[in-house]
Structure formats: C-alpha cells, structure tokens
Design a protein around this ligand. Structure first.
Ligand code: BG6
Ligand code: MG
Length: 213
C-alpha cells in the first residue's frame, strides 16, 4: 500500500543498539576522578545530545568553571573509556527485532539512513556488522549543531536525496523527537521518548514500524 514515506531515518544509540550504559559508565569514571556528582538521572538528560553539550550539563554540578582546553581533555578521556567499551561489541549486540525490521524495510523498498549525534557512529555500525548497510550515514562528524536542532536529520535526508516530509524518523530521545518536528518530519519513538509520548507514533519495539510503514 502506498504511503507518505519513502525513507526511514534511524537514530543509533538507543534505537539500533544499546550504548546508554557504556556512556553512563564512561562519564561516571570521569566524574568520579573529578569528584563531581553524576548519576543515572543526569545521564538521562544527555540522551541525543553531543559529547560537548553533554559535558556542559555534567559540569553544571562542578561548582567551578572549566577552560575550553580542560573540557576538551575531559571529553577525550571519556571517549577513550567509551571506545574501550564499544570495542567489545559485535554483531551479537544487534537484536533480532532490529535486524529483521531493517531487512523487511529494505525488502519493501525504503531508503534507509542513520541520523546520529555520535562521532563514533561509523565505528559502532562496523562493530554491529552494519558497516555499508545504510544508504546514508549522517553523524556528529558532519554537523555543527546538536539535537534538538534538526541539522543531522536534514543532512541524512539530503544525503539520501529525499524530502524531509517523505522521511520517517525513529528516535529514543525527546531531543531527537523535537529535532524531527523542527525539521518538518514525523517521528516514531521507542524507549524514553515513547514513554514520554514525544512521538507521532510511540512504540514498544522497532518491529512496530512494520505496521506503520
Ligand atoms: C548520542 C547519545 O547518540 O550520541 C548521547 O545519545 C551522546 O548520549 C552522543 O552524548 C554523542 O556520542 P559520541 O559517541 O560522539 O560521544
Ligand atoms: Mg538515541
């Protein structure tokens, strides 16, 4: 049946894979070393935000200002720890739901892309066995503005050569759902954003995309 979409844009962390805990553990190590309070409630506020925007939120608790160089060093330290966690990922970390949904959407002829704030997106996709699977990957390396700015999703649609309004976005972050709406796209949410009913569709699993599309 014909519908209004020809492309599906996937967020990465929290949608195609579950790296939240690795982000948490890496930031926790850095903040423990600094003696700054950090817990899962703060970590939840970082979902969908760039690494530097995340650090700015974390440092709200620090009680002192940090220079640009200090912040760059902290972000680099966090990323080293995080990359150590990612190195243990493998295609076994791709859930059956995600794999089967991607394959079914591909078989139905949709163009498929990633729109992620992460600068580690290419590495994660390789680890999951998805390197080369998507028609386009827009990530934190290509954009200047973090979600909820729509830049990364508009970039993904542009790389596909698709109109934003013909692209359905899949997100787990409220900031990502807001980015979709600012960019003129409709969004199907899972996880935290679905629990907060931030989407045009709020799903228990990505598999429900096969009923929407
Ligand atoms: C997003 C995550 O996908 O990527 C955020 O939801 C993270 O928590 C952001 O801060 C940036 O990730 P990276 O890999 O560039 O540090
Ligand atoms: Mg996400």
């Amino acid at each position: 049946m014909a519908n209004q979409w020809s492309a599906v844009l996937f967020d990465l962390d929290g949608v195609l894979c579950f790296t939240d805990e690795y982000h948490y553990l890496a930031w926790k190590r850095v903040t423990d070393e600094l003696g700054i309070p950090f817990d899962r409630a703060v970590n939840n506020r970082l979902r969908g935000l760039s690494r530097m925007d995340s650090l700015d939120i974390i440092l709200e608790q620090a009680g002192r200002a940090f220079t640009r160089d200090e912040k760059e060093a902290l972000a680099a330290r966090k990323n080293d720890i995080y990359r150590g966690c990612l190195a243990a990922m493998s295609p076994a970390d791709l859930s059956g739901d995600v794999r089967e949904t991607l394959d079914a959407l591909r078989a139905r002829g949709y163009r498929l892309a990633v729109g992620s704030s992460s600068k580690n997106a290419p590495f994660i996709l390789e680890r999951l066995g998805l390197g080369g699977f998507f028609d386009a990957v827009a990530d934190g390396n290509l954009v200047a503005r973090s979600k909820p700015d729509p830049e990364v999703f508009l970039k993904a649609a542009e790389l596909l050569g698709e109109q934003p309004e013909r692209s359905l976005l899949v997100e787990d972050a409220v900031a990502g759902a807001e980015a979709a709406h600012r960019g003129g796209m409709r969004v199907a949410c899972v996880g935290d954003a679905a629990a907060r009913e931030a989407g045009d569709y709020n799903m228990a699993s990505v598999r429900e995309l096969l009923e929407i599309l």
